[in-house]
Each structure stands twice: as structure tokens, then as C-alpha cells.
Ligand binder design. Sequence first.
Ligand code: MF3
Ligand code: CO
Ligand code: CO
Length: 296
Amino acid sequence: MLKNNGKKIGRNDPCPCGSGKKYKKCCMNKETPAPVNYKNLYADKYNIRLKSQKDIEQIRVCGKLVVETLDLVEAAIEPGVTTDELNTLAHDFAVKNGATPAPLNYRGFPKSICTSVNEVICHGIPGELELKDGDIVNVDVTHNLNGYYADANKTFFVGEPGPEAKKIVSVAAQSLKASLEMLKPGNHIGDIGWAIQRYAEGEGCSVVREFVGHGVGFEFHEPPQVPHYGKRGKGIMLVPNMVFTVEPMINLGKADLFIADDNWTAITADRKLSAQFEQTFVITEDGFESLTPFEL
Ligand code: MF3
Ligand code: CO
Ligand code: CO
């Protein structure tokens, strides 16, 4: 019996082959059922747009530019630099390479990258703030190149890190790394969050609930949502050519947060440190590829 996502397909359900007909009028009684057409099935059922090999190539090219932007910004990070200077560097580099920074004017966001310092979890707005020795700063870059989006972020040290900075940046990086073994067809979205939560909480840290990974490529944010906590085997099944981010935000203290008066900046309620790493991934036939690759 054909199954999908662990559930039996009903006689009156849409046929998984993607024909648009009812299952009973299509593949139900065929000796060899047609192979599941995930492109149509995932579009109809979840509003998830699977990517073609051409799409993936374009997202990969954009992803390369995103990682180069992160490298460029990293090289400029030192005590005394303002987050607005980092924004200008990233913005000019994107434009010079034919890309548009996706955050700029996205739902009213006023800058081209997000810069989130210390207790800021995410969506920090670049400005006059000067980085100082011992800070940590997350830089989140999303570009649109030739109509395709790629999204990645990293947390950097400013000068010499103290023990708490070292701890949270390491746990955040290794949380993303812990998710990688889950990225293969047949696993489920819940497995990703489960692996992250198990690792991060095992290190005595907490996982932010309010912000999630997301489909990406044709738009900045597409379905599905990818929570960084969860249960094994729950949620949508991963299939080849799904493109989405994983971007766990990990707090040294409690998971609770508040949003600042600028309506963007997310800050830990206990004002303890938070760090994050993000990459854009494509599910392949036997695992995954990072389209914004960097070492973790
Ligand atoms: N890049 C962020 C993400 O990983 C989203 C930033 S939205 C913005 O999804 F408007 F703040 F840029
Ligand atoms: Co993202
Ligand atoms: Co991002």
C-alpha cells in the first residue's frame, strides 16, 4: 500500500502521483503504482516549491556570494568598528556583484544585513553602535541574485572572547552541525529540531522558539517552517530538491525574549548571550548539500 508521511492514502485523497485525480480513480488499483510526483504533491499539500537542478545551481551561485560577503565582513570586524560600517561593506559588495540585499525594505527593515550583538538574538539593525573587545556579533546576509535567494549567518568574536562568549558561539555552531545528520530523504522536519534541541539543552543552553528556519530560493521566506526544537519523526517528510535554511538561535540562559521598540531587535529576557549560525541546504538523493557552505 502506498504511503506518504507515515499516513495511509485514502480512496478519495488526491493521487500521490500528482495527476490531480482521486487516488481511487488513478493509481489505487494499478499493479505498479506510478512513482510519487513530489513536486506536485508538495506544492498542493504543503505549498512547498521543490527546486529544479537549474534553480539549485542559481541558488548555489547566490550562496557563494553570500558566503563571500560574510568573509568580507569578518575581515573588517575589530573593536571600534560600527555595525553600520559592516552594513555598508556588505551592501556595496552585493550591489557591485549584481545582487540585491534582501533585508533592505523587507517588511520595513531599514538596512541590508542584520547585526546582532551579545544579548541580541536576531534582527539587530545596523547603526552607530561601536563593537568592543569581547563582544560577539552575528552577521546575517541574504542576497537576491538573478531572482534567487540564499541566506546564511555566522557569529564572530570581536577581539578576545571571554569564556561565556566562547561557550555560546561553540554551542551554536555545533547545534547547526548536529542537525546535518538529519538532512536526508525520508527523515522529517521534526528530526532536525530534535537533534538541535538534544545537543543544545545537553550543553545547558536553550533553544529560541519564536524564530524558525524556512524554505528559501524563489522568495526570502517560503514554506516550510523549520523549528529548532521538536520530536523525532514529526512534521513534513524531507524529499530531494527541498531547499530550506537551518538557523538555530541558542541562548546561554533562558529561551525567553522580547522585541525592542524598533519592532525588530529580538533580545534575551535575561540579557544573557545568544548566538546563531545559519546555512541554506538542499536535500539530495542521499543526503544534503550546503548552498552556503562554511566550516562549522
Ligand atoms: N535573514 C533572516 C533569516 O534568517 C531574516 C531577516 S528578516 C530582516 O531568516 F528583515 F530582518 F532582514
Ligand atoms: Co533565514
Ligand atoms: Co538569515
